[in-house]
Design a protein around this ligand. Structure first.
Ligand code: SAH
Ligand code: SF4
Ligand code: F3S
Length: 481
């Protein structure tokens, strides 16, 4: 899973000028500045966008600088390392901004959202009493009410319930969707997790697994495509465990949803993340063969290649079962590229176990990977397990693992040089005259080309591999547009 750190000016959306782009709906003009700071996974990026949506009718609009903000939301992540300490240090910085603004008679509401808020709500208010609102990931639809309560009471408001109502039912129907870039968007379809891997906080911070119903997903996807979105990434902590109720009462799986989405006019690309190997069923494997819009790139974290560690992690499959799954996926879609997450130094991991992970990587071949040193999370089973691994051992393993993964990533990027592939252009490149986009395998690609191609998918001859991207040339016919 990609971990992002964004001061989310990217979440602000102004009209793109694209054909089919909708004007911003007429809501209260922005009278209050809202500064959003987003840490963590794509789901937090999505949640930040939705919080921006629910606050817009109250007159809040995005501002780039916290010094201009009447409200600052820090959307936090608890997955690794000293997550809480990082939050308190950022809050210290925000406190100074609040005090400076106070000195000139301006009020600033500070809200802490996301997974640290869920896990450490009370401690946040105890240690940082200048925080006005603490809200968990399941309650952002109640944010307007919390803002009103904070203003009335003058004291702090905390809401870390796992409410019975689904927050998705409270999304403002007509809000122009916030999109990442303008042509690609995240859409959360499933949230929470019941798998309780030994090392992971997510089941505690995001609650039990819940799937959004089909109609609400399709309606949101339609709003996105009508506003110019060409690529949707479906999000879930276990996105392929999604099973949503259709209007006729039947239950759909992800393959069926992808099929329905592929019929939406304007939607050219569908991705989904993060998948769990255990939930990769035959229908979804077949969907990779049958649905061209389903991109040939799959993030399928395996974490370890040792059966002993996979068992200790409670992952529910063996290394060979994973190898077999990859084989079936590649049979269905031969150009499928894979990415994964790895953890080194889980309690009990011997040199032999680590070597089994290296072997799995050599056997499978990954186009991209994220790898982490095991980080004990309070309250999770692995944190209290015997045989914790020394930091220097974790460091050495991580280095060796990352060197191998880097080699594989470079080899994959090299292997596409010389191919002509469709690239969805989403913006301008770094240099003047350049436009940039993504290949089907999520590689950043840039070419010299006209801005009129932004928002479209056109063939590009990939010519050069750079360290983390590719450059290419437009086929002549498009170069002339
Ligand atoms: N649901 C996804 C993972 C979500 S968390 C899955 O099951 O694969 C994203 C990634 O963070 C995980 O894949 C894992 O590699 C990493 N991670 C989670 N908890 C961790 C911990 N305690 N220490 C180190 N890495 C961790
Ligand atoms: Fe965490 Fe495991 Fe659930 Fe993934 S499947 S979110 S790693 S508990
Ligand atoms: Fe972090 Fe919560 Fe996502 S812990 S990775 S923000 S689900």
């Amino acid at each position: 899973m990609t971990i992002v750190t964004t001061d989310t000016s990217l979440l602000s959306r102004t009209g793109t000028g694209l054909p089919g782009d909708r004007p911003q709906e007429a809501v209260a003009t922005n009278t209050h500045g809202l500064h959003m700071i987003t840490w963590g996974c794509q789901m937090n990026v999505y949640d930040s966008a939705r919080m921006t949506d629910v606050l817009r009718p109250l007159g809040y609009g995005p501002v780039d600088s916290p010094a201009d903000a009447d409200m600052i939301i820090l959307n936090t992540c608890h997955i690794r390392d000293r997550a809480a300490e990082k939050v308190f240090s950022e809050l210290g910085r925000l406190r100074l901004i609040k005090e400076e603004r106070q000195a000139t008679g301006q009020k600033t509401v500070i809200a802490v959202a996301g997974c640290v808020a869920q896990a450490e709500g009370e401690q946040i208010l105890a240690r940082a009493p200048y925080v006005d609102i603490v809200l968990g990931p399941q309650t952002y639809h109640r944010l307007p009410e919390m803002v009103a309560r904070a203003a009335r009471a003058g004291g702090a408001v905390i809401d870390t319930d796992f409410p019975a109502e689904q927050k998705f039912d409270f999304l403002p129907e007509n809000a122009a969707p916030q999109t990442v870039g303008n042509y690609t968007a995240f859409l959360t379809i499933q949230e929470g997790c019941d798998k309780f891997c030994s090392f992971c906080v997510v089941p505690y911070t995001r609650g039990a697994e819940a799937s959004r119903p089909v109609a609400s997903i399709l309606a949101e996807a339609r709003r996105m495509t009508e506003s110019g979105v060409r690529e949707i990434t479906l999000l879930g902590q276990n996105v392929n465990a999604w099973h949503g109720e259709a209007p006729d009462g039947s239950i759909w799986g992800l393959a069926r949803l992808a099929e329905a989405l592929a019929m939406l006019p304007g939607l050219q690309r569908i991705r989904y993340t993060t998948s769990h190997p255990r939930d990769m069923d035959d229908a979804l494997i077949a969907a990779h063969r049958d649905i061209p819009a389903l991109m040939p790139f799959l993030h399928l974290p395996v974490q370890s290649g040792s059966d002993k560690i996979l068992k200790a992690m409670n992952r529910g499959h063996t290394a060979d079962e994973y190898r077999d799954l990859i084989r079936r996926l590649r049979d269905a879609r031969p150009d499928l590229a894979l990415s994964s997450d790895f953890i080194v130094g889980h309690p009990g991991e011997s040199d032999e176990d680590f070597e089994a992970t290296m072997q799995l990587i050599r056997d499978v071949g990954f186009a991209l990977s994220y790898s982490f040193k095991y980080s004990p999370r309070p309250g999770t089973p692995a944190a209290g397990a015997p045989l914790q691994i020394a930091e220097d051992v974790k460091d050495a393993r991580l280095q060796a693992l990352q060197a191998l993964l880097r080699e594989q990533q470079d080899a994959f990027n090299e292997s596409v040089v010389g191919l002509t592939v469709p690239v969805l252009f989403t913006g301008t490149g770094r240099k003047p005259g350049q436009i940039a986009g993504r290949s089907p395998w999520l590689q950043p690609v840039h070419v010299d080309g006209p801005e009129s191609l932004i928002g479209t998918e056109v063939p590009v001859l990939l010519t050069t591999r750079l360290s983390n991207s590719l450059s290419g040339t437009l086929t002549q016919e498009f170069a002339r547009i």
